[in-house]
Design a protein around this ligand. Structure first.
Ligand code: GLU
Length: 292
């Protein structure tokens, strides 16, 4: 208000226009195949048609299986297809500190615990119910007394870090997420049980690093194969626990070979490299995956 009592200017906080930000997030553990081209084309197309941003993320937390040659080949294949990305490529193995901060935040609230069990220990608990990734963890290490935990950690005993899913579910409350293909989906926080958030061999996990990165990179629309739809229940749970916004999801169908089998990295004939070597053009590949 000006001195004479008139309103000199009106300031309205308009919401910033939402820019569509999508990403393609391959793991550099093999060559890209037609299924990847299909997936990348969708993410690229959704960003381009909205005047948004298409990001490329290299999911190389599995240091033993990831190879720089595969990463270089991924970049080269995408360029060849004409699916250029915006900004720099985020390589997950360079961001362990970011995942560590998220783990610390969960730890401070008592939502994670170290688990010292071996695969054999878990397999021995045969009455454990099954989740999308196999038997659910029976919770053996969840009630370990603080002293015992401390002593075993101090002794350098190998361990992973697991989410206390029941506690997390209670803290997060009921939730749902929207998928373009499948509609509104009620969140199932216990679907993966006490899921691993930091593996024994690497200080994070697929679920944690994807959730943290989508947040830090400002991804607004996650497009990926419907094989990853179950994982979204965990990702949205983590978003709620960590105070992140939940993006929109569009899980797409998976391309299959003529026999109806999912494309896999082992099918060399469907690798973009070999199709290219056999004389296929980028336009022909894009036409094959429905995006010429
Ligand atoms: N890195 C995962 C894969 O290659 C995809 C991750 C995601 O899109 O969330 O299957």
């Amino acid at each position: 208000m000006a001195r004479d009592g008139t309103v000199s200017s009106v300031h309205v906080d308009l919401p910033a226009a939402v820019t569509v930000v999508t990403r393609f997030a391959p793991s550099p553990t093999g060559e890209l195949h037609l299924g990847h081209a299909y997936s990348a084309r969708i993410a690229w197309g959704r960003a381009r048609e909205a005047g948004g941003r298409f990001l490329l993320r290299i999911e190389d937390i599995d240091i033993r299986r990831s190879r720089r040659e595969f990463e270089a080949a991924i970049l080269d294949d995408l360029r060849w297809l004409g699916l250029g990305w915006d900004g720099t490529v985020r390589r997950q193995s360079e961001h362990f500190a970011d995942y560590g901060r998220a783990l610390d935040a969960l730890d401070a609230r008592g939502l994670i615990y170290p688990c010292f069990c071996t695969r054999a220990d878990i397999a021995a608990a045969t009455d454990a119910p099954h989740g999308p990734d196999g038997p659910l963890y029976p919770g053996t290490c969840r009630p370990l007394p603080r002293e015992e935990r401390r002593a075993r950690l101090a002794a350098g005993e190998e361990h992973c870090l697991r989410l206390d899913a029941a506690r997390a579910a209670a803290e997060a409350g009921p939730y749902a997420f929207a998928d373009e293909t499948h509609g509104r989906i009620e969140g199932r926080p216990l679907l993966f049980g006490d899921v691993v958030l930091a593996r024994k061999d690497t200080p994070t996990s697929y679920h944690l690093s994807v959730t943290v990165d989508d947040h830090l990179q400002g991804v607004t629309l996650v497009t990926r194969g419907e094989d990853l739809l179950p994982s979204t229940h965990v990702h949205v749970l983590l978003q709620r626990l960590l105070g992140y916004a939940t993006p929109a999801y569009a899980h797409h169908r998976l391309l299959t070979d003529p026999a109806g089998r999912r494309f896999a990295k082992r099918d060399r004939s469907l690798a973009l490299r070999s199709l290219r070597e056999s004389g296929k053009t980028a336009d022909e590949i894009l036409a094959l995956v429905g995006g010429s």
